[in-house]
Design a protein around this ligand. Sequence first.
Ligand code: PLP
Length: 365
Amino acid sequence: MIPVTKPYLPSREKLDAYIDSIYEHRWLTNNGPLLQQLTQRLQEYLGVENLLLVSNGTLALQVAYKALGISNTGCNETAEAITTPFTFVATASSLQWEGLKPVFADISVDSWCLDPANIEAAITEHTRAIVPVHVFGNACEVEAIDEIAQKHQLKVVYDASHAFAVNYKGSSLLNWGDAATLSFHATKLFHTIEGGAIVFKHKADLRRAQQMINFGLAGPEDIAGPGINAKMNEFQAAMGLCVLDEMVANLAARKAIVEQYQQQLPAEMQLQAINYAANANYAYMPVVLKNEAQVLVLLENLKQQGISARRYFYPSLNSTNYGNGQVMPVSEYIAQRIVCLPLYVGLSPINIEKICHIGKEIVLK
Ligand SMILES: *Cc1c(COP(=O)(O)O)cnc(C)c1O
């Protein structure tokens, strides 16, 4: 069986050494030594400051909205955030959970990210923020989005769940926006089993968020405000420290897999156009087919050979409960035709060839 993705597991010896240290210190959570070490190392590796580790990528988004004052805490007020319909459901659900209505704007047909040209038309007096997604690790048009946000005085929170290790014009993509959030779920490029992080532009927002993720406590007897529990524990941090050691090798292995796909997939399959000013991070292997019928045949033929692929992201979120009748032609077009092919460290060249061959037979029919 070839899965669409396989969580990366580091060597047991290395992990065991970290777990021994946890047993020795009996410091299991609450800003422990491994968490502090991982924070430091991630800031260096990614080239960012003000990074806060949290328990998952969904709470990273929610805490970011709260810390930036975007969340809607009033009872009657309408508050909106403009986002993309072509993303994982957590982008929209995190907004809804914070009292913000997700208002969708359509994506670009080449990059599959929010098209800045569609943002301004979606702005109303209720708009508080723009929440774009660097989908499949592809950098959004951050400069155009920044300009719109400044003009209309809106906050920007990037859902950068897929965008680990992406640089834009030579520095981290995560430095764009008032905050950028990462997911460290087991299936992501870098993971801590479950986990996530927020990179804040301003230190004051980081400070506020640090209290928020620990029940709103400013000290043992000092309750500063409402909070939640979104802390990362030491076992998660231990996994992260091990996986981080292998990132350079893993990225190289994934790059080789993606390059083989690019050479052997039929030209009739559309690939994502990567932002010219950013690097690819080989997090996913999405392809867009001519029509939905081809998608269904491809999935079936792969399945018969014991290979799974996934319709990801499907359906376009505007056509779910999160939408309200809005039509998003480009997002719906891509969502109906997209398939993510298997991509993980250890996927063999022979199997990639097999997948490409099955793909060829379908598009040439
Ligand atoms: C994975 C993901 C999330 C949620 O992250 P979790 O760590 O699973 O909570 C949010 N947004 C996008 C785009 C994702 O892919």
